[in-house]
Design a protein around this ligand. Structure first.
Ligand code: NAI
Ligand SMILES: CN(C=O)/C=C(\CC(=O)O)C(=O)O
Length: 500
């Protein structure tokens, strides 16, 4: 949990954003946001509670039920999203700098990631008036039947700290295009950038109350939001525990959800792969963002004939990685975002050693860097897939390497996991590519690349990695209800006691 110290009262303050206004929480409570690099508090964040959630949900409900938002055509909604996209590009560097100050992500990565969110708002802004329903050629005589899509109403969006604006956008853009209104609960570790982002909405032409942000903690804000009777759908990205809790709470009220949870994704390298590209793909999958990404390729499966060669190349490539200040251009690996995550990663490194895995690289923290919240890029060999280090999500720069004999052996290992978020395959053989793609139990499969995501392409997990899909055309349907209308042109009712 971010530190909370009265000495921080001179720091910049970020309030809640409700009904178009930034305001303190009703009980005027605050907590600090810390910089993961130097460990120091840099801002004070309003600590919302159930009463603030009530205000925000009521504002979103009003904005959905009356006034300018429901009166807008889908085309007009789309124009607001397009205008927002332009504002994001204009303010991207400033908002990204705030986000980086909160989660320690490399400046070189987070600026581009925030700027790229504009493309999601352009994509869904364009889609808003193209979600066509249908006239149904029904078998019932004298009936005109058709469907219409209606927005679900108030949507809750709950997000984590690793890519705050990006992961919020994956839900927010299609929700707004569908005509929903939203209450966002950002991670308690990365709240500030969301408030800065929320200030852009009125400039973009969105009526007050369409987008609201209540900062705070999972149980104090998240659960009242999930269970509020006026909230129809929850879009969540985060850990398994919180995701399953949200699913349980939503199920009790028959609410719909999209859940983007964890992963333990395999990156599979065959003996005919371009090894230079494969090494870069493995590094991109596990050491970019210091491995703090749901789609981390944390299990490297290598065909036995090239195992030693690939491990040697990988170690050589990563051994000189530059750990340090995420604001510096040359830094390649930044700090771990939260104290809890830092401890979790180090715990898993000790678990791996205790299970008999061999540490081929790294395996230690770097206390001399910044406030010391750094973990060396770590590679374990001599790992069996039944070990905890191969089964459980670390969410850090820790890679396990396992050999395989052939495609079927690789599939057996790759699919032997509770997760199913993503997978990478490295080969030049087309037959082998299709054989693997068709049999891997994962929502995304990258072939000769890793960690690409786009507004155009559905993203989501099989099995324990989540429910539903984000991005792509499909995603907008998570935010609408389908109504079927039957209009009788023949008013005569033959026999009311017998169904037509
Ligand atoms: N799938 C992903 O992209 C991410 C996965 N993780 C995984 O989750 C683990 C825990 O990380 P945390 O930062 O603690 O993430 P978390 O999953 O606890 O928090 C994510 C969001 O959910 C909220 N939340 C937590 N409990 C809630 C509840 N009962 N009801 C409603 N909202 C709730 C949090 O306040 C935050 O906004 C990490 O170690 C990592 O393994 C963490 C961040 C992102
Ligand atoms: C989807 N994801 C979940 O953690 C990973 C992201 C978000 C993004 O691609 O913007 C990431 O790797 O940063």
């Amino acid at each position: 949990m971010p530190s909370d110290s009265t000495s921080a009262d001179l720091l910049p303050r970020y309030g809640l954003f409700i009904d178009g206004e930034e305001r303190p929480s009703l009980d005027d409570a605050w907590f600090s946001s810390d910089n993961p690099f130097d460990g120091k508090p840099w801002a004070r964040i309003a600590r919302g509670g159930a009463a603030d959630v009530e205000l925000a949900v009521q504002a979103a409900h009003r904005a959905h039920s009356e006034g300018a938002w429901p009166a807008m055509s889908a085309t007009e909604r789309g124009r607001c999203l397009m205008h927002l996209a332009d504002l994001i590009v204009e303010h991207a560097a400033r908002i990204a700098e705030i986000e980086m100050r909160d989660n320690g992500k490399l400046a070189t990565e987070v600026t581009g990631q925030v700027r790229y969110t504009a493309e999601y708002y352009r994509y869904y802004g364009g889609l808003a008036d193209k979600v066509e329903s249908s006239v149904i050629p029904t078998d019932k005589k004298g009936v005109f039947a058709y469907t219409r899509y209606e927005s679900k109403g108030v949507v809750a969006i709950i997000t984590p700290w690793n890519s705050p604006l990006s992961l919020t956008t994956w839900k927010l853009a299609p929700a707004l295009a569908a005509g929903c209104t939203v209450v966002i609960k950002p991670s308690e570790f990365t709240s500030a950038s969301m408030i800065e982002f929320a200030k852009l909405f009125e400039l973009a032409g969105f009526p007050r109350g369409v987008v609201n942000v209540v900062c705070g903690f999972g149980e104090e804000v998240g659960e009242p939001l999930v269970t509020h009777p006026l909230v129809s759908h929850i879009g969540f990205t985060g850990g398994d525990a919180a995701g399953r809790r949200i699913y349980e709470l939503a199920a009790k009220q028959l609410k719909t959800v999209t859940l983007e949870l964890g992963g333990k994704s395999p990156n599979i390298v065959f003996d005919d792969a371009d090894l230079d590209q494969a090494v870069k793909g493995v590094v991109s999958g596990i050491f970019a963002a210091s491995g703090q990404t749901c789609l981390a390729g944390s299990r490297l499966l290598v065909q036995r004939s090239i195992h030693d060669q690939l491990v040697e190349r990988l170690v050589a490539f990563v051994a000189d990685a530059v750990l340090g200040d995420p604001t510096h251009e040359g830094t390649q690996i930044g700090p771990i975002a939260t104290p809890g995550q830092f401890r979790k990663i180090l715990d898993y490194i000790e678990i791996a050693k205790a299970e008999g895995a061999v540490c081929a690289l790294g395996g230690k923290s770097r206390p001399e860097l910044g406030a010391g919240r750094f973990v060396e890029p770590t590679i374990f060999t001599h790992v069996r897939n039944d070990m905890r280090i191969a089964q459980e999500e670390v969410f850090g720069p820790v890679l396990v390497v396992m050999p395989f004999e052939d495609a079927d052996d690789a599939l057996r290992i790759a699919n032997d996991t509770a997760y199913g978020l993503a997978a990478g395959v490295w080969t030049r053989d087309l037959h082998r590519t299709l054989y693997m793609v068709e049999r891997l139990k994962a929502g995304t499969v990258w072939v000769n690349n890793y960690r690409a995501t786009s507004f155009t392409s559905p993203f989501g997990g099989y099995k324990g990695s989540g429910v539903g899909r984000e991005s792509g055309i499909q995603a907008i349907h998570e935010f609408v209800e389908t109504k079927c209308v039957w209009i009788s042109s023949d008013l005569q009712v033959a026999n009311p006691f017998v169904r037509r």
